[in-house]
Design a protein around this ligand. Structure first.
Ligand code: IMP
Length: 196
């Protein structure tokens, strides 16, 4: 089976390749075609945004495309940043800007029980004719008081999954993160759905 990767985020691409490579035997995952313009992710849901990316790449490559979209839901912030995780601190925000904004907004909340959060990923394979297979993965945890660890990307330094507490995603090896992460769970569910 040959799929084209729809993500333009190199950090996500590394994880996706590692997880899906271990889950689907004989899969060829082609890189995102460089000539395709950035996709405007203006959908209202993770699934809608995954679909926008998958459709653009499937149309351009005339091959099935694999897309994902991830949100971070923080209960104390009413579910923010949610689907706006990439640009939470502004249009050109860096990972560090987004982390700093979350920590500043949660400064007054000291009880970890009130700092509950979850990552949610929707993954999708979409064929040029419009057929789709969709799956979702969630990991529950809490937001730390400050950044911890050197690994990972995005909000990893401030997210502690329940499964590995007290270690943050940034304090896990790549394999440890992929085994329990939102993206790992979503991609393994997708692999099962594809096998069906
Ligand atoms: P996207 O919309 O799926 O590209 O992801 C939105 C943003 O969520 C990214 O820019 C990252 O800041 C954050 N993000 C996505 N996946 C992860 C992850 O596995 N760990 C930490 N942050 C992530």
């Amino acid at each position: 089976m040959k799929l084209v990767l729809a993500t333009a985020n190199p950090d996500k691409a590394v994880e996706i390749r590692s997880i899906i490579g271990a889950s689907v035997y004989g899969l060829e995952l082609a890189p995102r075609p460089a000539e395709v313009a950035d996709v405007v992710e203006d959908g209202d849901t993770l699934e809608a945004n995954a679909r926008l990316k998958a459709r653009a790449i499937a149309d351009a490559a005339q091959l099935p495309a694999l897309a994902d979209d991830t949100g971070l839901e923080i209960d104390a912030l009413g579910g923010a940043p949610g689907i706006h995780a990439a640009r939470y601190a502004g249009e050109d925000a860096t990972y560090a800007d987004n982390v700093a904004k979350v920590l500043a907004e949660m400064e007054s909340i000291t009880d970890p029980a009130e700092r509950r959060a979850r990552f949610r990923t929707v993954v999708m394979v979409r064929w040029p004719d419009g057929r789709e297979v969709v799956a979702e993965g969630v990991v529950e945890g809490h937001i730390t008081a400050g950044p911890r660890g050197d690994g990972g990307f995005g909000y990893d330094p401030i997210f502690v999954p329940d499964d590995t507490a007290p270690r943050s995603f940034s304090e896990l090896s790549d394999d440890e993160k992929n085994a329990i992460s939102h993206r790992g769970r979503a991609l393994r569910a997708l692999a099962e759905a594809l096998a069906d």
